[in-house]
Ligand binder design. Structure first.
Ligand SMILES: *Cc1c(COP(=O)(O)O)cnc(C)c1O
Length: 426
């Protein structure tokens, strides 16, 4: 599967930008700006494309909820048969609340607290992905106390080289905080196999995010497969081979991920091991389904590059500031003509920008812009810095649209503050 097979949900028609069969101007007028808008059919299309690509082997797709955990969006994926991957007690709460069956949930994360592990065990999730010997001890301890057998997988650090990634989104190289170091796994496995309270059911890796080359997968799959064979010889009752997430989204002119090649790398290996494949895609599933609508407040000439000052900034979309990420930006209704500008938000930080030195539609105050490929790691990273209420989220499905998260109010923002102080004596 090459470029262009996955559709673009945002298309220009009659001089303005649409999401599926809904003009974005209508949504901006109804809910105001800033606002996130997602295409339900783009979600379905990506889920189905991946599902079809992996048809050669028994597999489960566990959507990585940290990319976007809004219930309205989860429900669309769930209806497709998609399952969930969570990395905190909070995400576990959201997954259960959205209606995922516990046995359709995988619980990972490098720093689970004891109470979060207990919540996972009590819910009866499919797997707890254990990331260290110390965590294994806590899982065993709590499983014994609860009188259950904890089904776990080891998250392994495959220690492969990952190129093309921002340093903050590479996770599977030697020295990263994630996973059990590859060479330590047999020893930790021996401890798990000796425990009546632990069922070691799988191996898991996550080599990184936005993997534009599939080479790290190939290396990681080989490394994980080698371990799987070793553990099978040790007597581990393995059922699952979890290849993690990392499939990329198109932010600029990238090709769509080659799902056929992805399958070619993974499917035969998992077949030969006699295991079931799990994948945990996040970004691939949701990134391209979303756009952030923001209105131009001011156009400020500075003698050099003009600033386009918008009503969204790092508080709505942190990725440009945090990862130096590129997001394509266009006007809903271009005036004609281009300009090279910095698109910046209203936050009192110089690092508050959406784009720098960008040639784009010549935008003027009042124009609404679409900041693309923001369905993943957008809303979930929203800040309320400068006491800015979070933007609403809208789901489009064909010619219909609905608010899935309303705009936060100022009252919402201050409701955690104590009215009167209840002092305690030390
Ligand atoms: C973040 C994460 C994912 C999803 O990563 P994407 O790059 O968004 O696909 C999958 N698995 C784990 C363990 C993660 O931490």
């Amino acid at each position: 599967m090459g470029a262009g097979v996955l559709g673009r949900p945002f298309q220009r028609r009659d001089g303005t930008l649409w999401c599926e069969e809904v003009p974005l101007e209508a949504i901006a007028a109804a809910v105001g700006t800033p606002a996130y808008v997602y295409s339900a059919n783009a979600l379905r299309e990506r889920y189905r494309a991946l599902d079809a690509a992996l048809a050669g082997v028994p597999h489960r797709i566990h959507y990585s909820m940290k990319a976007n955990s809004s219930r309205g969006l989860l429900r669309v994926l769930q209806a497709e048969g998609c399952r969930a991957d969570v990395v905190s007690g909070g995400e576990l709460f959201r997954a259960l609340r959205a209606g995922f069956a516990p046995e359709h949930i995988i619980f990972g994360g490098v720093g689970k607290r004891r109470d979060e592990i207990v919540a996972g065990l009590e819910a009866g999730v499919l797997l707890i992905n254990v990331e260290s010997a110390a965590e294994l001890e806590i899982v065993e301890d709590e499983a014994r106390r609860l009188g259950v057998r904890a089904r776990i997988a080891f998250r392994v650090n495959p220690e492969v080289h990952v190129a093309n990634a921002h340093q903050y989104i590479a996770t599977g190289s030697r020295g990263h905080k994630f996973g059990i170091p590859w060479g330590d796994v047999p020893a930790v496995a021996a401890r798990a196999l000796a425990s009546p309270h632990i069922e070691l059911a799988g191996l898991d890796m996550h080599v990184g995010s936005q993997l534009l080359s599939l080479a790290p997968y190939r290396d990681g799959v080989e490394r994980l497969a080698e371990l799987a064979r070793l553990l099978q010889q040790q007597g581990a009752p393995l059922r699952f081979f979890d290849a993690g997430g990392g499939l990329p989204a198109r932010y600029d002119a990238e090709d769509a991920p080659d799902l056929a090649l992805f399958a070619e790398i993974i499917v035969p290996v998992v077949q030969s091991l006699g295991l079931e494949l799990i994948v945990e895609p996040g970004r691939f599933v949701v990134a391209e389904s979303g756009t952030l609508l923001t209105r131009v407040l001011y156009r400020k000439p500075t003698g050099g590059t003009d600033f386009v000052i918008t009503d969204a900034g790092m508080s709505e979309l942190l990725r440009p500031s945090h990862y130096d990420a590129f997001h394509a930006i266009e006007s809903l209704r271009p005036r004609g003509g281009q300009a090279t500008v910095d698109v910046v938000g209203p936050i009192c930080e110089t690092g508050d920008f959406l784009a720098r030195d960008r040639q784009m539609d010549d935008a003027q105050p009042g124009d609404v812009l679409a900041v693309h490929t923001t369905g993943a790691y957008g809303y979930v990273m929203a800040l309320t810095y400068n006491t800015r209420p979070r933007a609403p989220e809208v789901l489009v499905d064909g010619s219909r649209w609905a608010i899935i998260s309303r705009r936060e109010t100022l009252e919402d923002l201050v409701r955690l503050e104590a009215e009167t102080l209840e002092w305690k004596e030390a």
